[in-house]
Design a protein around this ligand. Structure first.
Ligand code: NAP
Ligand code: G4F
Length: 338
């Protein structure tokens, strides 16, 4: 049995990664969860239905990236062979409101986890994956790959860059099997509701079903290289199965503007976004990343990784999911009123 430890298992990527690993009978999965006053397990509840063995192969542990002692205790208790560091305050706009908290969890949190892994690595081999981000490229002109100089444009991106370099330094200094995956934006029906793709697919479908009248947005001109989260967690796993540790860019190699995203999502429900979208500066950022476009050649050639879902397929998948959800909500409210 391989034993994987995932920080951020309750998030979008953590849930897809856990699902991917549990589909393989040779994996036991351990996830870190944070204590909160209300349970936040919607993205992983369904995993227990994969097959009866999951009840013995999926385990959750309370810990926090801000708390070094909790990380050391879980590491010692679980003794994983693979560690995936996906936990983060991952919202770029929010990082401007909470820069110190973001730096602590995203930057120092990675270092705390690396220290716990280094300690365990002295008695057994441990492979480490760091969830780095294309935000680190910031204002560097596209296309971006690992030879592109970083120019971060938010507290979140600066903190991710710190975690990226710490990961590389632990590999070089201690010979650890540590990889940094520089992943471009990836989305899914499980994407948090305040990220732009999900905000748009939820907005378009709720407007279609009469549950919402307008959609208030920020900068429509920025461009992103959007892929499907299910494809991207496969790349994370592939990095840790390689013979030698290395860093990779994971992207589709295509970029689209927020405006194109609006056009597509609204057209899928036969609406014109111009009739519903309004601007509010509250959704802009003090410094913006204008264009992200990744070059995934290295991941394709060295790992054999390729994305299976394209931009249109991704937004269609999200719109279909959210339309079904909006219909259920409309039906429930009509039923309550009758
Ligand atoms: P997400 O949906 O926001 O999930 C973040 C996860 O981190 C959640 O499980 C959250 O737990 C957990 N977390 C937050 N603060 C924590 C703390 N102090 N200690 C432990 N866990 C904590 O993010 P995602 O989209 O899955 O992204 C996964 C990782 O990839 C993140 O590191 C993100 O920054 C990075 N990344 C994402 C993208 C992308 O486009 N999705 C691209 C590049 C890199 P709760 O459920 O309790 O809040
Ligand atoms: O969906 P977003 O919030 O994602 P962003 O900032 O690119 O960050 C995401 O991808 C990173 C990888 O590059 C991850 F590391 C990070 O954790 C996160 O997952 O915004 C995308 C674009 C931005 O240019 C933003 O200004 O959409 C623009 N936008 C326009 N109106 C909006 C809105 N973004 C949000 N969240 N909400 C709006 O109303």
């Amino acid at each position: 049995m391989k034993r994987a430890l995932i920080t951020g298992i309750t998030g979008q990527d953590g849930s897809y990664l856990a699902e991917f690993l549990l589909a393989r009978p040779d994996y036991e999965v351990h996830g870190l969860v944070r204590r909160s006053s209300s349970l936040n397990r919607q993205r992983i509840d369904h995993l227990f239905a994969i097959d009866p063995s999951v009840h013995d192969r999926l385990h959750l542990h309370y810990a926090d990236l801000a708390d070094a002692s909790s990380l050391a205790m879980v590491m010692e208790k679980v003794r994983p062979s693979e560690v995936y560091n996906l936990g983060a305050q991952s919202h770029v706009r929010v990082s401007f409101d909470q820069p110190l908290y973001t730096a602590d969890v995203v930057g120092s949190g990675t270092l705390r986890l690396l220290e716990a892994v280094r300690h365990l690595n002295q008695s057994q081999p441990v492979r480490f994956y760091q969830a780095s981000s294309s935000e680190m490229f910031g204002s560097a002109p596209p296309p971006q790959d690992l030879n592109t100089p970083f120019h971060p444009r938010s507290p979140y991106a600066c903190a991710k860059l710190y975690g990226h370099w710490q990961t590389i330094n632990y590999r070089e200094a201690y010979g650890m099997f540590a990889c940094s995956g520089v992943l471009f934006n990836h989305e899914s029906p499980r994407r948090g509701e305040s990220f732009v793709t999900r905000k748009v697919t939820l907005g378009a479908t709720r407007i279609k079903e009469g549950l919402q009248k307008k959609l208030v947005m920020g900068n429509l001109d920025s461009k992103r290289d959007w892929g499907f989260a299910g494809d991207y967690v496969r790349a994370m796993w592939m990095m840790l199965q390689a013979e030698t540790p290395d860093d990779y860019v994971v992207a589709t190699g295509e970029t689209h503007s927020v405006r194109e995203l609006l056009e597509l999502a609204f057209s899928l429900v036969d609406l014109d976004y111009h009739d519903y979208v309004e601007f509010d500066p509250r959704y802009t950022r003090p410094s913006e990343v204008d264009v992200l476009l990744g070059d995934p050649t290295k991941a394709r050639e060295a790992l054999g990784w390729r994305p299976e879902v394209d931009f249109r397929g991704l937004i269609t998948m999200m719109v279909e999911h959210d339309l079904e959800q909006a219909r259920r909500e409309r039906f429930a409210s009509t039923y309550r009123k009758s």
